[in-house]
Design a protein around this ligand. Structure first.
Ligand SMILES: Cc1cc2nc3c(=O)[nH]c(=O)nc-3n(C[C@H](O)[C@H](O)[C@H](O)COP(=O)(O)OP(=O)(O)OC[C@H]3O[C@@H](n4cnc5c(N)ncnc54)[C@H](O)[C@@H]3O)c2cc1C
Length: 276
């Protein structure tokens, strides 16, 4: 692995300055994607800008706006945070699905979405919850809906010098059940072959699917059938997920298998959230 410089930031401005002025400078959170990617040649970093000690990014709080998760909060904390478990358990399920206990003890929600894998386990729950991504840089802060944050495999809406400050899950929260269901090869530490989040909102539903397209996607045709046309046959509704996805074949599964399993998981998600 080529040599690189490392700076443990003591304030956010230092991070913005380094990220905007230096080439091949990467924010470092838990490093569970970044270090693996550097070793494998996916990233050639000349500078790692460590964000983990920035107090401002360690915020995990609930207030009148909703629940804010700072970029340095680890996934184990998120999965155990009482307001998340009580109000938006689907996010706790997504966070808990990532890797192993030790990976979640370093890995962050921000790192999970900034890595921008279509299989990121927290993405589909965030889509169903209408989360916003708070982005910060030398020019100030801006907020983008999570569905606009992912722009392609490994690509996000972040511009040079910017970083994710926090993720906001806004109020009102859904009052009903949500589930994140992940199919993977081993049932233990593995990325999703397909991941499906289904969140009931009153008598409506929101559905998002990961690992079946260049970014996580909403299953809009299924949502329309259930929410607008009153479809109650979940098996028939779930078939419509095919209209929203364009899976590829890779080491985790074939294209055809992904079409099939996405449909199965959407049906199960509808049964579990909307009733059998
Ligand atoms: C063994 C193993 C198993 C895994 N299993 C899973 C799994 O089951 N599901 C899953 O979804 N993922 C999995 N992962 C991937 C990884 O653990 C998660 O994506 C994790 O959430 C990444 O968080 P991190 O803090 O370690 O990110 P890092 O590795 O620190 O960063 C990831 C990327 O985001 C950038 N970044 C980090 N923070 C910021 C920020 N605040 N602003 C802008 N850019 C930022 C970095 O520069 C880098 O490009 C696994 C990884 C390993 C090694």
């Amino acid at each position: 692995m080529p040599s690189y410089e490392y700076v443990k930031c003591t304030d956010l401005k230092q991070a913005f300055d380094l990220l905007s002025s230096r080439e091949q400078a990467y924010p470092l959170a838990g490093g569970t994607d970044l270090m693996v990617g550097m070793r494998g040649g996916k990233f050639t970093a000349r500078l790692l800008v460590d964000l983990k000690d920035l107090e401002e990014l360690k915020i995990l709080r609930e207030d009148e706006k909703g629940i804010t998760v700072g970029a340095a909060v680890i996934l184990n904390e998120i999965a155990a945070y009482e307001p998340i478990l009580k109000n938006i358990p689907i996010l706790a399920q997504g966070a808990h699905s990532v890797g192993s206990y030790s990976i979640r003890n370093r890995g962050t929600l921000a790192g999970n979405i900034c890595n921008a894998s279509p299989a990121a386990d927290t993405a589909a729950p965030l889509y169903c919850l209408g989360a916003s991504i708070v982005i910060a840089g030398t020019g100030g802060q801006r907020t983008v809906p999570v569905e606009e944050f992912f722009t392609g495999p490994g690509k996000t809406d972040l511009k040079k010098g910017e970083l994710v400050h926090s993720v906001l899950v806004p109020k009102p929260y859904p009052q009903e059940k949500g589930v994140y269901i992940k199919a993977s090869r081993t049932g233990s530490v593995d990325l999703a072959t397909v991941g499906v989040a289904v969140q009931r909102w009153g008598d409506k539903v929101k559905i998002a699917v990961g690992a079946v397209a260049p970014t996580p996607v909403r299953a809009l045709a299924v949502e329309e059938a259930v929410n607008e046309k009153g479809e109650k046959d979940w098996a028939r509704a779930a078939k419509l997920v095919h209209e929203s996805i364009s899976p590829i074949t890779d080491l985790r599964g074939s294209r055809d298998y992904r079409y099939h399993i996405a449909e199965v998981l959407v049906r199960r998600g509808l049964e579990q959230t909307m009733g059998v």
